[in-house]
Design a binder for this molecule. Structure first.
Ligand SMILES: O=C(O)c1ccccc1N[C@@H]1O[C@H](COP(=O)(O)O)[C@@H](O)[C@H]1O
Length: 208
């Protein structure tokens, strides 16, 4: 299976090395957001030095200064995991980063709505909805009903996130035909602290 992998919420150099060694294609860092995995931009920038995989700065409603800082720091991608409008997403894309727009999914309508972002963002990421009242916008380890993605047209290339683990990643990839699968909590010992054994198991299970 040639599904690509994004390992997200990295906070330590050793975990970055373990993810790269395991063959992750995208490495994600939560920047300046309400998160148990959050880093300052300077901390995240230090972690991507020498990294060969695509580097993703995960943000929630970033302002222009943060977007420009992320570009200047050398990240290839920015992930928008907040309430960015279509216009704001297009505006951010014009600032020169590859844009991933995250969309919470609970119904076919959410998928239909998400595809409106296809023209503005380079990639769509489907994630589970955050629990009500939780200020952290992602990384909850919650899955959503993957069959929903079959109820509305999806782009040919998209990212599947939300509660993926070594135990369910193969089934998720087969059922959704996602081009990229994304994991944060499913390969962790605790928030932001990855477990190399789980990272390797995730890759092995996906590859079958
Ligand atoms: O992980 C976080 O702390 C986070 C905070 C704010 C926005 C997004 C965040 N994470 C993203 O959520 C998905 C799903 O995480 P999980 O695998 O269910 O734990 C993750 O891949 C990040 O892109």
């Amino acid at each position: 299976m040639d599904t690509q992998v994004k390992i997200c919420g990295l906070t330590r150099a050793g975990d970055v090395a373990a993810a790269e060694q395991a063959g992750a294609n995208f490495l994600g860092f939560i920047v300046e957001a309400t998160s148990s995995r959050k880093l300052t931009l300077a901390e995240a920038a230090a972690l991507i030095t020498g990294v060969k995989a695509h580097t993703v700065a995960v943000t929630v409603d970033p302002d222009d200064a943060l977007v420009d800082g992320i570009k200047a720091a050398g990240f290839s991608h920015i992930q928008l995991h907040g309430s960015e409008t279509l216009a704001r997403t297009a505006e951010i894309a014009r600032r020169g980063l590859i844009v991933i727009k995250a969309v919470p999914v609970a119904s076919a309508d959410d998928v239909t709505l998400a595809t409106e972002y296809s023209g503005a963002a380079d990639l769509l990421l489907f994630d589970a909805k955050a629990p009500k009242g939780d200020t952290q916008r992602g990384g909850h380890g919650l899955t959503f009903d993957w069959s929903i993605l079959g109820l509305a047209p999806t782009p040919k290339t998209f990212i599947l996130a939300g509660g993926l683990t070594p135990h369910n990643v193969r089934e998720a990839a087969l059922k959704t035909r996602a081009s990229i699968v994304d994991v944060a909590s499913g390969v962790e010992a605790s928030p932001g602290i990855k477990d190399a054994t789980l990272i390797n198991a995730f890759m092995e299970q996906l590859r079958g």
